[in-house]
Design a protein around this ligand. Structure first.
Ligand SMILES: [Fe+2]
Ligand SMILES: [Fe+2]
Length: 238
C-alpha cells in the first residue's frame, strides 16, 4: 500500500522513525491517528510530497533501523513503557508543577493564560499518577500473564475485571482526557510561542511542556495502538 493512503497510526507502528517527523509537523498519530496521511495533509495544509520526502529521509538516516514493537514480546514492550514513558512522566510532571506555579505567580497578572496552564498541569498530574499506578499494578501484569499463558499453552489467567477490554477501555478514556488537556495547553500557549522578554523560567516551562507533550504522544501511541490491540487479540485466542 502506498504511504499516502496509509493511516497515520499504522505508519507510526510500522515505521517508528516516522514518529519524530509527525511530531515536527504537529500530526496526531496516537488518539486521532486513524486517518490516511493524505487526508491529514489536506486538513492541516501540509505539502504531502515534502512530508513523504521527510519520512523517507528519517527512515534512511535512522542510526539503526528500529524494530517495530509489533513484533517484540509484550513483556519487553511493557518494560520499555514503564522505563521510558512512565518514569520520565513522573519526573517531568513534578518539574512542570513547580515551573507552572512559579511562572504563574510571577507573570500571571500580565498573562492570564498562565492560571489555566497551571490548573491543566495539576489536572494532568491528578489523572496520570493513579492511571500509571493502575497500569503497573493491575493491567500490565495481567497482560504479561496472558502472554505467558499463550506461550506455555496454560489456561488463561483469571481476572476480577472480566475481559481485558474493560480496563483497556478505561485507560483509553483517561488518555483522551490527558490528550485534550495537552491540546488546550498547546492552544493557550499559541504552540508554545514565548512572549517577548520571557524570563528563563518561562522558557523552561514552555520547553518542558513541549517535550512532555511529545513524550505523552509516544506513550499513548505505544499503549493505544500497539500494546492494547495486541493484548485484546491475545485474550480472544483460545
Ligand atoms: Fe502508560
Ligand atoms: Fe496509559
Amino acid at each position: 500500500m502506498q504511504t499516502a493512503v496509509k493511516q497515520v497510526r499504522d505508519l507510526a507502528i510500522e515505521q517508528p522513525s516516522s514518529v519524530r517527523v509527525f511530531e515536527r509537523f504537529g500530526i496526531d498519530y496516537c488518539c486521532g491517528g486513524r486517518k490516511p496521511l493524505e487526508q491529514v495533509c489536506s486538513e492541516q495544509n501540509i505539502p504531502l510530497p515534502q512530508l513523504l520526502q521527510e519520512l523517507a529521509e528519517a527512515e534512511g538516516h535512522s542510526p539503526q533501523p528500529i524494530e517495530p514493537w509489533i513484533a517484540r514480546p509484550l513483556s519487553e514492550l511493557v518494560d520499555h513503557i514503564v522505563r521510558e514513558c512512565h518514569a520520565p512522566t513522573r519526573t517531568e510532571l513534578e518539574r512542570l508543577t513547580v515551573l507552572a506555579n512559579k511562572v504563574n505567580s510571577r507573570h500571571g497578572a500580565n498573562h492570564p493564560e498562565l492560571v489555566q496552564i497551571q490548573q491543566l498541569v495539576g489536572q494532568i498530574l491528578e489523572e496520570m499518577t493513579p492511571h500509571m499506578d493502575k497500569e503497573e499494578q493491575v493491567l500490565f501484569p495481567y497482560i504479561i500473564s496472558l502472554e505467558t499463558a499463550a506461550v506455555t499453552g496454560a489456561a488463561k489467567p483469571y481476572a476480577f475485571f472480566g475481559s481485558v477490554a474493560n480496563p483497556i477501555a478505561a485507560m483509553m478514556a483517561d488518555h483522551d482526557l490527558v490528550g485534550a488537556a495537552l491540546a488546550s495547553i498547546r492552544s493557550l500557549t499559541n504552540d508554545f510561542e514565548l512572549p517577548a522578554g520571557a524570563c528563563p523560567t518561562y522558557h523552561a516551562l514552555y520547553t518542558t511542556l513541549a517535550d512532555f507533550e511529545a513524550l505523552t504522544h509516544r506513550h499513548v501511541h505505544l499503549e493505544n495502538n500497539v500494546l492494547f490491540p495486541r493484548a485484546i487479540n491475545l485474550a480472544g485466542k483460545e
